[in-house]
Design a protein. Sequence first.
Length: 176
Amino acid sequence: MALAEAPRHETSWATGAQGERRVGGMLDKLAADGSVQVVHDRRIPGGSANIDHIAVAPSGVYVIDTKRYRDKLIEARMRRGPESLHVGGSPKPKMVEQMHRQVDVVRRAFDVAVPVVPVPCFVDANWRPFNKSFRVAGVSVCDPTILRKCVGRNGPITRDGVDDIHRRLLRNLRAA
């Protein structure tokens, strides 16, 4: 038994956790100057699902779901209908739906009228040259480099507003 390979779900979880640590570390570096606040690993009420990261910045609130798909092509496709997210050639409509559910949870947690951006952030994926971000059904799909640039932008939320939203998120969303 000691020589047997780990079950697929265990290796998949470990791979995903590496991606979450990388994105989380990048967000923590952005937060070091105090202009951005970050909340990691929050439970979605009523289930076992979680939100990987929430970044509160002057440019908006980013609800981030880290995905680590090594070398899989990430693309938007439009064929006979609305644009859809594809990973490694397979459509991923549930991933987009999940992001919208996470945004609803976050909006209810702080109840302030500010931009909330759903972001599946793909680590180690294969992107078409010069296209490491796109939008699908209101969801901003990107890699960590693009995410860092977006979160770091100036915007309508004041520093006090960032701090207030951060406090509300901590108070209303339990750690997973």
